[in-house]
Design a protein around this ligand. Structure first.
Ligand code: SF4
Length: 256
């Protein structure tokens, strides 16, 4: 198995919801197992790391269908990433006009393409797949506008390295399950959750994908749909907000 990538730790080194790490790790694995049984295993990307990086930047705060359409439009409009890099900014912006904030994403794509070219002498990120995960992550995080989630998506989806991306859904569901403490930020959650998973890219991808889908469909923002959830027996939120409340209502009624 590939070594597990580590990022520099921030202020939330102790951000777990319990001191029993072994139990948290077992819960994370069981959550993954149950959700994969529901939603299936995601397919690996056929794109290389540069294509995945570009697609991930397009996808920020944008629905999957719009992201896919913008990515296809870019590839239609520009026969190579080099021609996209060197094109007038307005042309790139026009090609991705259907995503949110094309006026920010178009210059970011071109800036990253220029940075990669300047650093490597060519516009190609395939070398990242041959680096240890930790080194590849550090390299990507030096690029302008590339944060932990974007870097992790690139390395996991394209290089199959066990680096966990944490988006708003993975973050929310992981907190409700009681794997990490409520105050842990999305950024700090990357390290903490990844450390609960084995350094196995398949399991890391399954955890990411299944919690993302569960957060979109069941454990949604606002009021979660616990009545249709397969994770109630594993969930701290359910124990505190549904089971315990039901018990206290029973006691109250019993004393009337
Ligand atoms: S039981 Fe409720 S809070 Fe817990 S994961 Fe399921 S939907 Fe979310």
């Amino acid at each position: 198995m590939a070594p597990q990538a580590r990022r520099t730790r921030g202020a939330n080194d102790d951000g777990y919801a319990s001191t029993d790490r072994a139990a948290l790790a077992a819960t994370a694995l069981e959550v993954t197992r149950r959700l994969v049984a529901l939603y299936g295993e995601p397919a690996w990307s056929a794109e290389g790391p540069l294509g995945v990086l570009i697609g991930t930047i397009l996808s920020q705060r944008t629905r999957d269908a719009q992201t896919g359409a913008a990515y296809a439009a870019l590839k239609r409009r520009f026969p190579s990433w080099e021609t996209m890099r060197d094109a007038p900014l307005a042309e790139v912006q026009k090609a991705i006009a259907n995503v949110n904030w094309p006026e920010l994403k178009a210059p970011r794509l071109q800036q990253i393409a220029r940075q990669v070219t300047a650093e490597r002498g060519a516009l190609n990120l395939d070398f990242l797949c041959d680096l240890p995960a930790e080194d590849a992550l550090a390299w990507l995080l030096k690029l302008t506008g590339v944060g932990p989630k974007t870097a992790a998506c690139t390395l996991l989806f394209a290089c199959r390295k066990p680096v966990l991306p944490v988006d708003v859904h993975v973050h929310r569901v992981s907190i409700r399950l009681g794997l990490i403490a409520p105050k842990v930020t999305e950024e700090a959650a990357h390290d903490l959750l990844q450390a609960l998973l084995p350094p196995d890219a398949r399991i890391v991808y399954d955890y990411h994908n299944s919690l993302l889908l569960h957060g979109q469909r069941v454990c949604v923002g606002g009021r979660p749909r616990c009545d249709r959830c397969a994770l109630t027996s594993l969930c701290a939120y359910y124990r505190a907000n549904v089971e315990d409340q039901a018990k206290s209502e029973t006691v109250e009624h019993g004393t009337c």
